[in-house]
Ligand binder design. Structure first.
Ligand code: FS2
Ligand code: SF4
Length: 543
């Protein structure tokens, strides 16, 4: 195995024996094989569209495959082998309808036994992408960005919002990886990946806000009630809505977990009175927090953590969508009305004790772009009067490493005349710190999930317009991004494509950036890694 797609990759170069995330060698290889067969299918979808054939089903399938291979989404190699087989079947059906001139092996490869799948899986990893390490690094950069893009595209299509241009770009990217390419063209492809990142985040924003309304300022309880509860994790708001519909009036409380917290701010979700609050913190604390939750837990997307040997909650955890864990059950059935059938989870919840309280109080959320623009006058006044000196974007992911304490410390040491703009699970490092407010504006404005980083790009562009500036980098905004997995890669690339320079990312820079690529990215975009809190305060001119 070789996997270097996330920030926790071993020695910041690559996991080669077992994933730091817990992914086994076999699962990692089978995920590579899934990408390989998706390359074959992508050759055909692109050719088929040129021949006037609709490939919507195939594009959605490829999107789901990319999502399946994201960090901490799916650890269930048996189910992934089935997805490989489904991909081959999509490919061969399409092949029978069109004429194809390409001859890449991914267009014709197939196997007769699972043993052959495992054998082939060892030969198709990202190390085989190119002999030149810089080009290989850029191809990995594109692939990982496209994986993040796929996650957002899938949430959008689940709500009925699609953009064929995004599907086409993801498929063209998978094909590009199989071909020779110049360094310059590969670099430009990375930049184009960011441009499509903006498009997909805008699409998902439209999907979420037109379905559930614009997020509004909301206070979310972090304590517990006395009813049995169901905990829902991940990012898929449609799954949450269906769970809320099916649990209504059943004496069960629904709690959000980790990246599902922002759901509490959407009018068409918060209207359900039994959506009672948020339980716990960022994804990596689930090993303890699921024990004390006592009731069933539903994963709609990453981040899953493989259970410990001593874990007692395995029979209470369910996965759906692109997620999977061999020890946990999967929701496969649908109700006659087309909704996912959550009755097994609901019946189990009725037999469980209520959650054990681990925190009390509430947190304020709901500062997505529409709400922030409603406060724009107030914020601009505070900026103009000097009450707010700087806006500090601290969006992104949280993860396990001790070095992540940097972000808590950074938030604590920020001068009192700064406001943190956050989104993604990175927020759990400082969203319960009681940092106060500036003239009624909370010092932590939470826009939502990682995809809602779109809000901060949107707000920055609006501010640039209102303040009549010729360059977005002249705004009093700095970017200190915490990254972990591939959604953060696409978010960061999207920010770069909007012309935002001098972003800091950490705790470390991506392992797939070779020294040459690092200097290219630094030269073109001014990207830097985090240092110590004290040094960064000076660099950002905050101290
Ligand atoms: Fe956090 Fe995990 Fe949102 Fe990432 S819950 S690191 O998937 O996408 O952020
Ligand atoms: Fe390693 Fe991250 Fe890949 Fe897991 S996802 S195997 S931790 S690089």
């Amino acid at each position: 195995m070789f996997c270097n797609q996330c920030q926790e990759t071993a020695k910041n170069t690559g996991c080669t024996i077992k994933g730091v995330c817990g992914k086994t060698e076999e699962t990692s290889n089978i995920q590579d094989l899934l990408m390989f067969v998706c390359q074959g299918l992508s050759y055909l979808t692109i050719a088929a569209r040129k021949q006037g054939i609709d490939t919507n089903a195939e594009s959605k399938h490829i999107t789901n495959c990319l999502f399946t291979t994201i960090t901490n989404a799916n650890f269930d190699e048996k189910s992934i082998i089935q997805v490989v087989k489904d991909t081959i079947s999509y490919r061969d059906q399409l092949k029978s309808k069109i004429s194809v001139s390409d001859t890449h092996p991914s267009i014709s490869w197939s196997a007769k036994s699972d043993a052959e799948y495992y054998e082939k899986a060892k030969e198709v990893g990202t190390l085989t992408y190119d002999a030149d390490e810089d080009i290989r690094g850029l191809k990995q950069y594109v692939l990982f960005g496209v994986k993040g893009m796929a996650a957002y595209a899938e949430h959008a299509f689940n709500l009925g919002f699609e953009d064929p241009e995004i599907y086409n770009f993801m498929e063209e990217s998978l094909v590009m990886i199989t071909k020779p390419i110049s360094l310059n063209d590969a670099f430009n492809w990375v930049v184009r990946t960011g441009e499509h990142g903006v498009k997909v985040m805008a699409l998902l924003d439209k999907a979420n806000t037109s379905t559930f309304g614009n997020p509004e300022i909301s206070k979310v309880k972090i304590g517990v009630g006395t009813n049995p509860g169901i905990l829902i994790s991940g990012h898929d708001l449609k799954d949450l809505e269906q769970l809320l519909i099916q649990t209504e009036g059943k004496g069960i409380d629904v709690y959000t977990h980790s990246e599902m917290l922002p759901a509490n701010a959407y009018p068409n979700l918060k209207k359900y009175k039994h959506l009672v609050g948020n339980y716990g913190n960022a994804w990596h604390r689930q090993l303890d927090e699921f024990e004390t939750f006592n009731g069933p837990i539903l994963f709609t997307t990453n981040c899953l953590v493989p259970p410990r040997k001593t874990t007692t909650y395995n029979d209470r955890v369910f996965t759906t969508g692109a997620t999977g864990m061999p020890e946990w059950k999967r929701i496969e059935k649908r109700l006659p009305n087309g909704q996912k059938d959550f009755s097994e989870i609901i019946e189990l919840a009725k037999t469980c004790p209520p959650p054990t309280e681990i925190e009390t109080g509430e947190i304020t959320i709901g500062f997505a772009h529409n709400q922030v623009l409603a406060l724009a006058g107030q914020i601009l006044d505070a900026v103009n009067s000097g009450a707010i000196k700087k806006l500090v974007v601290m969006s992104g992911c949280d993860a396990r490493q001790k070095t992540r304490e940097y972000f808590t410390e950074f938030a604590k040491q920020l001068p009192k005349d700064t406001v943190i703009l956050t989104s993604g699970c990175a927020k759990y490092r400082y969203n319960k710190l009681q940092l106060g407010d500036i003239n009624g504006i909370p010092r932590v404005l939470d826009a939502g999930q990682c995809n809602d980083s779109y809000s901060w790009a949107f707000v920055a562009l609006k501010l640039k317009e209102v303040l009549n500036l010729d360059d977005i980098n002249k705004l009093p905004i700095v970017f200190n991004i915490a990254w972990y997995e591939q959604k953060a890669i696409i978010v960061h690339l999207a920010l770069l494509s909007l012309g935002i320079k001098n972003t800091h990312i950490g705790p470390t820079l991506p392992g797939f950036l070779t020294p040459n690529l690092l200097s290219a990215v630094q030269q073109q975009f001014g990207v830097q890694t985090i240092k110590t809190v004290e040094e960064d305060m000076k660099i950002f001119k905050l101290a």
